[in-house]
Design a binder for this molecule. Structure first.
Ligand SMILES: Nc1ncnc2c1ncn2[C@@H]1O[C@H](COP(=O)(O)OP(=O)(O)O)[C@@H](O)[C@H]1O
Ligand SMILES: [Mg+2]
Length: 463
């Protein structure tokens, strides 16, 4: 059994992209079960992806020259299958969300915990396996829909009622809400409880498809329609026949495609790129976005007429911070979920840990909560989850009273980051002549957070 596992891993190729040679070497040691390639720049990474198969890329965000996000974008355009984990020097939700939007699978904070890193790598490979199965078994999966949406708060009760009503109709629905609030879950629930449930549920992630390919992705193309169109390809609308097409991140759809989509919805007809035949659509459209779409309309970035076509009924998912009443329900649910996955037997979470979670703002919503519970269940050696291994930003509010950092938090943050972080922060400060505003900007954090960090790490400002 163990042997087989190793054999599987042997054939997997991991590429580490980091401009610090030491970091690449560290990864090679950590990931010695896999074939690890190391490169030191974005262009070198792109070169490799162009030439050979890579299963997983571990990508540093802060690099000289082409940065990680740019590299990520270009790699995605070449290979849409490879799993990517980004490594950020300091985990800022903004960069992480940006990276996720561009198709990264996970992000980890530098300095990283070896166990955490390995867990993320394992998960990435597991996801890759699962994704393959999903494509293969597409017609056989019938997820049960509602019971995996957890919530008991008033806002969630209203959502359940609305989703329930909308399942009975064939109207287009737009699901709105911040990243991680459950838009995908709701879209699936709408499909698998509707009378289209035996038809396909086809997902189009508008944000991760390069702009020049979106049209053919949506509507397909004929052989020879453009240089790379070696054969005919069916678009997602055709594939979703009798089912539902889920247009995720619709807010990123370029203007010309918005016009095209509007025409398709109005006439219920479309043509493949390079084709002349009119094809009928028979797909319900569910769309989702985390953008402030009303503002996008005001700014002229989203067509109002398309908005009304797509948004026959809006479903507004509340952010987790507005339904903290659901926290314990969600945590219990995910503890059970991950107990099964890791064959663990975590029974509860300590009161202190729960208090910290209740005070946290949850910018990444349920996705963030789920990740944290997964990490805690996987890493916990005890049957009770404590706060000792909570990620850094849970303890590090953007605004704080710097005179009154509680003793308890001080030791916690030290525990989480260790001395490696101190070196890193000093390194950055030196780079910018100890200008705190510049250093904070470079790390992508608020200046107050930097001051807080310095205080906790015992770094004196040099003046
Ligand atoms: N109400 C909920 N109950 C249980 N899990 C949830 C809930 N909302 C979100 N999740 C989980 O959080 C993660 C992110 O949800 P997702 O639907 O992908 O969010 P979004 O599309 O809004 O970014 C998923 O793993 C999903 O299963
Ligand atoms: Mg989503």
């Amino acid at each position: 059994m163990e042997n087989k596992k190793l054999l599987d891993k042997d054939s997997l190729v991991v590429m580490v992209v980091d401009d610090e040679v030491n970091v690449v070497e560290t990864f090679k040691v950590l990931l010695d079960k896999y074939n690890v390639l190391g490169v030191n720049s974005g262009p070198a990474a792109i070169d490799v992806v162009n030439k050979q198969n890579v299963d997983l890329i571990i990508l540093d965000i802060l690099m000289e020259g082409m940065d990680g996000l740019e590299t990520l974008k270009r790699i995605r355009a070449i290979n849409s299958d490879v799993e990517i984990i980004v490594v950020t020097a300091v985990k800022t939700v903004k960069t992480a969300i940006e990276a996720m939007k561009l198709g990264a699978y996970d992000y980890i904070m530098k300095p990283f915990d070896a166990d955490e890193m390995l867990l993320s790598v394992e998960r990435a490979f597991e996801r890759k396996r699962l994704n393959k199965e999903v494509v293969y078994l597409r017609s056989e999966i019938k997820p049960t829909a509602f019971e995996n949406i957890i919530g008991n708060s008033e806002p969630m009760k209203r959502i359940f009622e609305l989703v329930f009503e909308m399942c009975k109709t064939d109207s287009n629905v737009m699901v709105l809400g911040e990243s991680g609030t459950g838009k995908d879950l709701v879209a699936k629930a709408l499909h698998y409880n509707s009378n289209r449930k035996n038809g396909p549920f086809v997902v189009v992630d508008c944000a991760s498809i390069p702009e020049n390919l979106i049209e053919s992705e949506l509507f397909g193309h004929e052989k020879g329609a453009f240089t790379d169109a070696i054969s005919q390809k069916l678009g997602k609308f055709e594939l979703a026949d009798n089912g539902t097409v889920f247009l995720d991140e619709i807010g990123t759809l370029p203007m010309n495609l918005q016009s095209k989509l509007l025409r398709v919805i109005e006439t219920r007809e479309f043509q493949r790129v390079g084709g002349i035949k009119d094809l009928k659509i028979n797909a319900r459209i569910i769309s989702a976005t985390n953008m402030d779409i009303k503002k996008a309309i005001k700014d002229g970035k989203f067509r109002e007429d398309l908005y009304y076509r797509l948004n026959v009924v809006p479903i507004n998912l509340p952010p987790l911070r507005e339904r903290k009443k659901d926290l314990s329900l969600l945590i219990d649910y995910y503890i059970k979920f991950f107990n099964k996955k890791f064959s663990k037997n975590i029974t509860s979470i300590s009161k202190q840990a729960m208090n910290i979670l209740k005070n946290y703002d949850w910018p990444g919503n349920v996705r963030e909560l789920k990740n944290i519970v997964e990490r805690m269940v996987a890493l916990s050696k005890d049957s009770v989850i404590t706060h000792n291994r909570f990620p850094l930003d849970i303890f590090m509010p953007e605004e704080f009273d710097k005179e009154t950092v509680p003793e308890e938090k001080r030791s916690l943050v030290n525990y989480v980051c260790g001395q490696y972080e101190k070196k890193f922060v000093i390194g950055i400060l030196e780079k910018v002549n100890w200008n705190q505003t510049k250093a904070a900007k470079l790390m992508g954090i608020h200046r107050n957070t930097l001051i807080y960090k310095m205080k906790i790490l015992g770094i004196q400002s040099a003046k």
